[in-house]
Design a protein around this ligand. Structure first.
Ligand SMILES: NC(=O)c1ccc[n+]([C@@H]2O[C@H](COP(=O)([O-])OP(=O)(O)OC[C@H]3O[C@@H](n4cnc5c(N)ncnc54)[C@H](OP(=O)(O)O)[C@@H]3O)[C@@H](O)[C@H]2O)c1
Length: 352
């Protein structure tokens, strides 16, 4: 079993047990560790409800979700092969043992180009897996938070996509993510949030920002696609949105008669939009404010046709955050501000 160390936003450090190998034996062990995790040197904390299971716990977003979870929440991170969301029975049994109040699914097959050849795997993880989680959540009366993608759209629009715009994915990845959404909608689960997001980056994962930071230290000239438009999204802001919706729903359940559900599909990306080329230019100029040596002198715009990849991408996949803002009253940080927050604090984040 693997133990991860985290420091959350309140500066609390804790150890998190990643459940591994056999589900049955290690679930209990996970809870023993959770009940005793240290909050300060020499102190232990008895954690309170709600219980939250984070699926895909080693992934980029999952790490941020666990890092930002309210300190009083009882957390359990589930990662494969110990917990495989494509296995209906072990998913149901594993979650039944944990009895979480909230399940956050950050697991996915995220290799957009790989999905074009590993079609079955992509559909299994992204299409079938969320349905397994939804049925388990229904059985346990838990709330499911599931993350989906801007790639469910074809990109033919020129204004931001709303939640009621018809999906029409172009890639296997997009199709598999849409299948996952539909599996949740068809499961009969009452309390769920499907958050579609885009161009995600953050600590502890492969992403465009980290790729550009690496290339900027190696190459004098970069050639970056300039005819695809989207909204970069920082994992910290998406994780915050998840907790905002969950808190709002918990309040509604306590105070509203009859209960009014907030369940449904939401779009959440950082505000504003740019091309990959603009995004890369901003990353490199921010990098110059850090101690990282930058070699890149020129960033040249190229077309999608000049950089052929196995999976087709939507040329415009900006998501409208209007529904999220209206329901929560929250402000969504702009993509440039979020990027600055990330790039200028990266070193501290990686230590955390
Ligand atoms: N990254 C983006 O630009 C982007 C954009 C839009 C939406 N999204 C969505 O945002 C969510 C989070 O993305 P991310 O970038 O944080 O993903 P990530 O870093 O690739 O993490 C995904 C995690 O899922 C785990 N996983 C894969 N198959 C599994 C299975 N069968 N059972 C259990 N766990 C499994 C992986 O484990 P291993 O590492 O051990 O394989 C990995 O830890 C995903 O739903 C993704 O589709 C991402």
């Amino acid at each position: 079993m693997e133990i991860l160390d985290f420091v959350n936003q309140a500066g609390t450090s804790f150890h998190l047990a990643l459940l591994d190998k056999t589900m049955e034996g290690n679930v209990r062990l996970g809870f023993v560790i959770f009940r005793q995790f240290r909050v300060k040197e020499g102190e232990t904390m008895v954690v309170k409800n709600p219980r939250m299971a984070v699926v895909g716990a080693r992934g980029m977003l999952a790490r941020m979700v666990m890092n930002m979870a309210p300190p009083s929440w009882k957390l359990v991170g589930l990662s494969h092969p110990g917990f495989d969301l494509t296995d209906q029975f072990s998913t149901a049994n594993g979650l039944a043992e944990l009895r979480p109040d909230v399940i956050i699914n950050c697991a996915a097959y995220t290799d957009v180009d790989g999905a074009e050849s590993k079609t079955n795997l992509a559909f299994l993880v992204n299409g079938v897996g969320p349905g397994n989680l939804a049925r388990a959540a229904k059985e346990l009366n838990a709330t499911l938070v599931h993350i989906s993608s801007d790639y469910v759209f074809n990109g033919n629009k020129t204004v931001p996509y709303g939640e009621s715009d018809p999906p029409d994915p172009r890639s296997v990845y997009g199709k598999s993510k849409l299948q996952g959404e539909q599996a949740i909608l068809e499961s009969g689960l009452e309390r769920f949030f499907i958050l579609r997001t885009s161009w995600l980056y953050g600590a502890g994962g492969k992403n465009f920002v980290e790729t550009i930071i690496r290339l900027a230290q190696q190459k004098q000239e970069l050639h970056i696609v300039a005819d695809q438009i989207g909204s970069p999204t920082y994992t910290a802001d998406l994780a915050q949105a998840v907790f905002t919706l969950l808190a709002l729903e918990a309040n509604r359940q306590e105070t509203t008669r009859p209960r009014e559900s907030l369940s449904g599909i939401y779009h959440f990306s950082n505000e504003g939009a740019c091309s990959w080329h603009r995004f890369a230019s901003e990353i490199v100029s921010l990098l110059k404010k850090t101690s990282i040596p930058v070699k890149t002198r020129r960033i040249l715009p190229i077309g999608t046709v000049d950089y052929p990849l196995p999976a087709p991408r939507p040329c415009y996949s900006v998501l409208s955050g209007e529904k999220y803002k209206k329901v929560t009253g929250a402000v969504i940080p702009g993509w440039r501000e979020a990027l600055e927050r990330y790039v200028l604090n990266r070193d501290k984040l990686s230590q955390g």
